[in-house]
Design a binder for this molecule. Structure first.
Ligand code: GAL
Length: 342
């Protein structure tokens, strides 16, 4: 019996030694080459929030190159909202020999195709912003997700309004009838953030004691011009009644502001967004938007990049970055109003 243990122990030691040897070989090979190649697959390149994230990732890569002397090659692909195109782009990244993939799925329920290809090629995937379903995320230890907590964004957004109500109810209840009549602009119906943001913004208003009345709502797919068109229709449908516009993101909030301008609306209808994109913050500064929730986009990009670079070099990611369930990272965010920007 003893002999058998001794044999097993010896086998385990030599197996571990071999594994360590290969791990350090891969590591030193990459570090010797002083180059890592990362493929970034966006869902849509003309989405302003995604665009700022992309440029932040590029900045982080440059900083990393300067700090470490390791060259970073970033390949960025824009499938313009088409999942089949994105699948081909991912395959191309793999054939180019990418060491890690950062993927912003077009269709978050279609991640298994990307995962299969990445697993076959033994290339890690850092999903971001559009979260694959949990079963997909658990298929392999080289899969990660970086995003924001949608409920937190919404609670922060609702709190901006609850605070305004406390300070002066008539700033929201413009006609003084004892209730705040609102309309709601939602992002894509298939996006995990849309439903949660909508639910928790409204819940936070209720929890904050604001008597609210929903006039109508609609899906504008995160998009400024779709939001502007919907808001234009609602202003005609509910003349003089809309007092508040709750939006799942800044772009739609800016679209609603465009419609108010077009309609030459004189009442100070409050509009709130989420993201804190440069355009959104500018809107808050100018008073077009009452407030937004600013995502820490620098941290967002840093974490995506750090995981990708560490994985590419065969380093221990989980030892470097604290991840929920070893997979998930949620970025910081904060409420911002005009006063904060003064
Ligand atoms: C959301 C963001 C939107 C849009 C969307 C794309 O998190 O608030 O503005 O960029 O992601 O998936």
């Amino acid at each position: 019996m003893k002999k058998r243990y001794a044999f097993l122990a010896a086998a385990a030691v030599s197996f571990t030694a071999a594994a360590l040897f290969w791990q350090s070989r891969t590591q030193s090979r990459n570090e010797e080459n002083k180059e890592i190649r990362i493929g970034i697959a966006l869902y849509r390149g003309n989405d302003p929030f995604i665009n700022s994230l992309r440029s932040q990732i590029e900045d982080r890569a440059k900083e990393y190159e300067q700090a470490t002397g390791i060259k970073v090659v970033l390949d960025v692909a824009d499938p313009k909202g088409n999942q089949n195109t994105q699948n081909s782009q991912v395959e191309r990244f793999l054939s180019l020999g990418c060491d890690a993939l950062c993927v912003n799925m077009v269709d978050r329920s279609a991640a298994s195709y990307v995962i299969n290809k990445a697993m076959d090629a033994d290339v890690p995937v850092i999903f971001f912003n559009r979260e694959p379903v949990e079963e997909d995320m658990k298929r392999w230890e080289r899969l990660y997700y970086v995003g924001e907590n949608a409920r937190e964004s919404a609670v922060l957004q609702g709190t901006i309004l609850a605070d305004a109500w406390k300070a002066d109810p008539l700033s929201l209840d413009l006609n003084g009838d004892g209730r705040v009549s609102y309309v709601l602009l939602e992002g894509e119906s298939s996006h995990q953030d849309s439903l949660i943001r909508t639910e928790w913004s409204v819940q936070t208003l209720k929890d904050g004691g604001i008597p609210i009345e929903r006039l109508t709502g609609g899906i504008a797919n995160w998009d400024r011009s779709q939001a502007s068109a919907l808001m234009g229709q609602w202003l005609e449908e509910f003349p003089g009644q809309i007092e508040l516009v709750i939006c799942n993101n800044d772009e739609m909030a800016l679209g609603a502001a465009d419609a108010l301008e077009r309609a030459e609306e004189g009442r100070p209808i409050r509009i709130v967004g989420i993201d804190g994109t440069p355009q959104g913050l500018e809107g808050v500064k100018k008073g077009k938007l009452f407030g937004t929730v600013r995502c820490d986009i620098r941290e967002y990009a840093e974490i995506i990049f750090e995981i990708a670079a560490a994985e590419a070099l065969g380093q221990d990611v989980r030892g470097q970055i604290e991840l929920t369930s070893g997979i998930y990272y949620e970025c910081g965010q904060e409420a911002v109003t005009g006063e904060d920007l003064q």
